[in-house]
Design a binder for this molecule. Structure first.
Ligand code: PHE
Ligand code: ZN
Length: 870
């Protein structure tokens, strides 16, 4: 470390309430790309909840040039305050005072994309988690809630549109071709929810009438010329508003809801009060530019940010350790939204895949943390799949345990107690517990312990007593986890004729049910199921009712049987995945025949939905396989996965081409569920056909040329590249020629090339990064090229000569000069280092040492890399 000062670790246990509160904030922005003036007037008052002793007050502020400072209209002199690189200390403060400051900032040179910055020709802000301190001096912490008044002044021609949170109070002209607007947000909010946008944008306007009859103006702002890609986002917003009323009885509270799409954004989107700012990726799409997956993502992120208005904004977090309070809950809500809008079972499969590939890996790696972390160096590093997605799994368990009605009772009590304030995860659990008289003390270990528990199950059947005994044992390897978890397990029993066999359990109040919920709470626990009339195969953890690894010793035949007969769709899919892992990880060569047979039966079954079939024929991805393989044998996993795919391609040759032709003929331009499902299965078939069909290349070319939908065009482009067809380079060029001026489509173009399993890919990436569509300052481009390579191109990232690691390490060093957050995220790609073989581990260490020795390394990257090197 060559940093001037060693990075500071922040601890959850050190929380103290703020010494002062801010009642009102008045901000004035005089916008200029290189020299924006921010004037602030804060009404401060001593916090009655503090010890009342503080004589000084510290306000965060970074990269600000102070122009003026007054307390109660008296200009301060140098002895009255101190300024360092982290903020401003007022040396003597009274119980109530007004602080006025004026600072200058440089938005055009803000490539960190945190605070106020310029994207394209417009100004925008990103303040979560701690970006507001780059705008003005402030108590930048989520438990300081204030009423905001904002005035924006700017050139009228360049920035006809001047937006901030809440309601517009006033607007008018000024001298020198300038104009202003004034905004007021009546809802108290922490500064991380502040937003400002200024620019010249196209507007899609609409309206939503709430269930109480209020009219809400909806405004979606996009770059000029992009209105034809904005309709779907608007529809999604209206659907989300209606859904939250129907399912949660939650109504929107302001009269105006605005969304602005910007091309340069570190994350997906941001829930600023009344003025969401979105990455264009989650707004812009029409059927020609966006895939079916893009549409689903847009719907879900639009929903997510909208749902934050209650779970995040009306009730916010006391401190950043509580992040999962808003994120886990809001991800759970957006998952439910998608389940209700689309297919519940398929959505569940897709969500569990994220947990098993990314979250389990994070839980097993150097950055493992509980969903409510205890410590951080840089908060931005904790916007993770653990806080978000495992957090959502924990909320889902509460929903499973309490039922829809009980869960809603808990939500009502939570809002009753905490609306308009900053709360903790404990507060949330207390509301759920109190509303239902349900003891959740043991459940709370899900918040405090890291790591993925393994739930081992053995069973035996006692025919004479018609009793099935299930022996559970739980085991958690992580050091922070010494307490047993409270684990809800949904289960059913599958009989020998494909029938669902009913059972009873006095202990869990189940009488003659075909499916039921039991709860495992002990390290070792036996559950007796009574009234079991025949020999059965237990189907456990249905719908993945807990984020655990289920370890149960099925025979190959039993797995194939469950894949064909399990009454629970999720578990059916899961059995298929487990069956394939027998070949991929356990190296059971002979099993590939039964996999092919099982696929054939599935694909020929007319009663099964094509979306589900498309999920079932996906071979587990390498990330999941690597996570599940105790020895992490990269080369063997890659080889065996290729072998299996090829085998299935050839063995089911007729089935794939029959499906392709059938579905291709039936294909249309619709975006409804059936059409989306048909395309998914059709394109999966085309992928398998590459191993057998002689006309395959001609079919790919035809699909590419005829495509009217991006889903069709992109899968042809992708298949041509991944199978290294002769026509690949021609298609790649044609795609570029057609789409080079659509940045989001070019992201796909880059990502597919970066993920090709070929020794040539590294060279290709070196060429691509100098292409005019690439820009290292744009996070979407970095993710498309570098993150895709590291996350999805297993064989080339893990090249045995270390060249893949070098590429990423050098990118981290380059990007850390201007965007710490994006650099640190890329550094997380090395989290599997400990599991690698010695040769690869050595290469990783060598590269990471280069990173950690970098001059002025950010604390963001330092935190990730130092933990990885430990
Ligand atoms: N709060 C945002 C969300 O979950 C994510 C985000 C975090 C965006 C930090 C920007 C910066 O929707
Ligand atoms: Zn969120």
């Amino acid at each position: 470390m060559k940093n001037a000062s060693a990075p500071v670790t922040h601890y959850r246990k050190d929380y103290l309430p703020p010494d002062f509160l801010i009642e009102t904030v008045k901000l004035k922005f005089e916008l200029d790309p290189n020299a924006t003036l921010v004037s602030s007037e804060l009404m401060l008052r001593r916090n009655p909840q503090s010890d009342g002793l503080a004589q000084k007050l510290f306000l965060n502020g970074e990269g600000l040039t102070l122009k003026a400072i007054f307390i109660d209209d008296e200009e301060l002199t140098e002895k009255d305050y101190d300024i360092d690189e982290s903020g401003l200390t007022l040396n003597r403060v009274s119980d109530r005072f007004v602080l006025k400051t004026c600072v200058e900032i440089d938005p055009a040179n803000n490539a960190a994309l945190e605070g106020l910055y310029v994207s394209g020709d417009k100004f925008c802000t990103q303040c979560e988690a701690e970006g507001f301190r780059k705008i003005t001096f402030y108590m930048d912490r989520p438990d300081v809630l204030a009423e905001f008044f904002v005035r924006i002044e700017a050139d009228k021609t360049q920035y006809p549109l001047l937006l901030s949170n809440g309601n517009k109070l006033d607007s008018g002209d000024l001298s020198e071709n300038k104009h202003y607007t004034e905004w007021h947000d009546p809802f108290l909010k922490p500064c991380y929810l502040f937003a400002l946008v200024a620019g010249d944008l196209d507007l899609l306007a609409d309206e939503f009438v709430t269930h109480s009859g209020r009219k809400i103006a909806l405004e979606l702002y996009v770059d000029k010329g992009k209105l034809d890609q904005s309709q779907f986002a608007m529809e999604s917003l209206k659907n989300a508003m209606a859904w939250d009323e129907k399912r949660y009885n939650l109504e929107y509270d302001l009269d105006l809801y605005m969304i602005v799409a910007v091309g340069d954004f570190n994350m997906g989107a941001m829930e600023n009060k009344g003025l969401n700012i979105f990455n264009t990726k989650y707004v812009l799409a029409n059927p020609a530019t966006g895939t079916d997956q893009d549409f689903e993502n847009i719907e879900s992120v639009i929903g997510h940010e909208y749902f934050h208005n209650w779970t995040g904004n009306r009730v916010t977090c006391r401190d950043w350790f509580q992040l999962s309070l808003k994120e886990g809950l809001t991800v759970f809500r957006d998952q439910q939204f998608t389940e209700d809008m689309r297919s519940k079972a398929v959505k569940r499969i897709d969500d569990v895949k994220v947990i098993r590939s990314y979250q389990f890996a994070e839980d097993a790696g150097p950055m493992a943390h509980p969903i409510r972390p205890d410590a951080y160096i840089e908060m931005n590093n904790f916007y993770t799949v653990t806080v978000y997605n495992k957090g959502a799994e924990v909320i889902r368990m509460l929903h499973t345990l309490l039922g829809e009605e009980g869960f809603q009772k808990g939500m009502s009590l939570y809002f009753k107690r905490h609306d308009g304030s900053a709360a903790t995860c404990d507060d949330f659990v207390a509301a759920m517990s109190d509303a239902n008289q349900f003891n959740l003390d043991q459940f709370k270990y899900w918040y405090s312990q890291a790591g993925t528990p393994t739930l081992r199950v053995d069973y035996d059947y006692d025919e004479s007593n018609q009793c099935l005994k299930l022996h559970f044992s739980q085991n958690n390897a992580h050091e922070s986890a010494s307490e047993p978890y409270f684990i809800p397990v949904k289960l059913g029993l599958v009989g020998t004729k494909g029938n669902q066999v009913s059972f009873s359990s006095a202990e869990f109040g189940l009488t003659n049910v075909e499916e039921g919920l039991i709860i495992v709470t002990q390290p070792n626990q036996t559950v007796n199921l009574e009234g079991v009339s025949e020999e059965v195969i237990p189907s456990l953890l249905r719908d993945f009712t807990a984020p655990v690894k289920l370890d149960i010793n099925y025979s190959d035949q039993q797995l194939a049987y469950l894949f064909a007969n399990d009454g629970n769709t999720f578990n059916r899919w899961d059995a298929g995945q487990r069956l394939m892992q027998r070949f991929l990880i356990d190296e059971e060569d002979s099993i590939k025949e039964s996999i092919a047979e099982a696929f054939r039966a599935l694909l020929n079954d007319q009663s099964i939905d094509n979306a589900f079939k498309a999920r079932c024929v996906q071979i587990p991805d390498l990330k999941t396989l690597f996570e599940n393989d105790p020895n992490g044998r990269i080369d063997s996993l890659i080889e065996r996965r290729k072998t299996l795919k090829k085998f299935l391609g050839i063995a089911l040759e007729d089935t794939w081409s029959r499906l392709y032709n059938q579905l291709h003929r039936a294909s249309d331009l619709d975006l409804d569920g059936v059409s989306v499902a048909n395309r998914a299965l059709k394109n999966a078939s085309l992928d398998y056909m590459a191993f057998s069909s002689e006309q395959h290349e001609a079919i790919v070319i035809k699909q590419f040329e005829d495509a009217k939908l991006m889903t069709e065009e992109l899968s042809a482009f992708s298949i041509a590249n991944h199978h290294e067809l002769e026509v690949a380079s021609k298609i790649t060029q044609a795609f570029y020629d057609k789409w080079h001026s659509e940045p989001l489509v070019m992201d796909k173009w880059l990502a597919i090339q970066a993920s090709v399993d070929s020794l040539d890919t590294l060279n290709r990436i070196q060429t691509l990064r100098h292409d005019r569509v690439f820009n290292i300052k744009n996070p979407n481009k970095v993710r498309a090229l570098f993150s895709t390579f590291a996350a999805l191109n297993f064989s080339q990232f893990h090249r045995i000569d270390g060249a893949g690691y070098r590429l990423i390490a050098e990118a981290i060093i380059e990007i850390d000069e201007f965007n710490n957050q994006v650099a640190a995220n890329l550094a997380k790609q090395f989290s599997s280092a400990a599991k690698l073989d010695d040769a690869r581990k050595m290469h990783v260490q060598q590269q990471l040492k280069k990173v950690i020795d970098k001059e002025n390394l950010s604390k963001d990257v330092f935190e990730v890399v130092s933990k990885t090197l430990e």
